[in-house]
Design a protein around this ligand. Structure first.
Ligand code: COA
Length: 189
């Protein structure tokens, strides 16, 4: 898969903007992702999350994945003040030959409870269908992650079932609830 290009103009609905991460986002990104809920549900390693993990991902890993066409990560920012980071979202596990990809997201504690994750997912899913020509988007989350399951449902995804022992997670393995969205689903139009 060729390099993935960031959308130009940036994806926005006037409340939330999705843009490429900037080096100046470092402190807000680290503080936001260090939040206990992000650590509980989005940090799969058994090692504690440190600034070094973020530096290595932001300083190379993330960009390599984009250049290989495997994943693309965005900062979720305030559309009225794009220096203010609310969280992160990505399209990942992109399998071009199968026309399939996954969507992921997290919000800093201060940005929750006002629909920003749902807005970000809607922007990203439309872009993935229109520009990446994806035929199926998947969203997986822990069975006990009810906030994330509600984001999936509010964004129009269909719950398909439970993937048993789906992922290595925090030193063990985790089941995941699987959701999907197709370009023909009502929420995609
Ligand atoms: C998953 C996560 C991003 C959800 O955050 P969230 O703030 O609940 O989700 P949204 O931004 O879509 O906001 C929805 C909330 O805002 C409210 N809301 C207010 N205005 C809204 C609007 N215009 N549209 C939608 N929801 C709105 C909703 O009622 C809901 O509140 P409720 O949970 O009290 O019912 C957050 O819990 C998180 O960061 N968790 C840790 C990381 C994680 O689990 N990531 C997903 C891994 S699969």
């Amino acid at each position: 898969m060729p390099e993935l290009l960031f959308p130009d103009p940036e994806l926005t609905d006037g409340v939330v903007t999705l843009r490429a991460w900037r080096p100046s986002d470092h402190a807000q990104r680290f503080a936001g992702f260090s939040d206990p809920l992000c650590q509980r549900f989005s940090w799969g390693s058994s090692e504690p999350f440190t600034e070094q993990h973020q530096l290595s991902w932001a300083g190379g890993g993330e960009e390599s994945a984009r250049l290989r066409g495997e994943a693309i990560g965005f900062a979720i920012v305030d559309a009225g003040d794009p220096g203010r980071v609310w969280g992160g979202a990505s399209i990942y596990d992109i399998a071009v030959a199968e026309g399939r990809a996954a969507v992921g997201y997290w919000l800093a504690g201060h940005a929750r409870g006002r629909g920003s994750a749902t807005r970000a997912v809607r922007l990203l899913t439309r872009w993935a269908f229109d520009d990446l020509a994806v035929a199926r988007l998947e969203l997986t989350c822990g069975p006990d992650n009810s906030a994330s399951q509600q984001v999936a449902e509010r964004s129009g995804f269909t719950r398909e079932g439970l993937l048993r022992s789906h992922l290595p997670f925090q030193g063990g393995r985790r089941d995941s609830v699987l959701f999907s969205l197709l370009p023909t689903d009502p929420a995609s139009r």
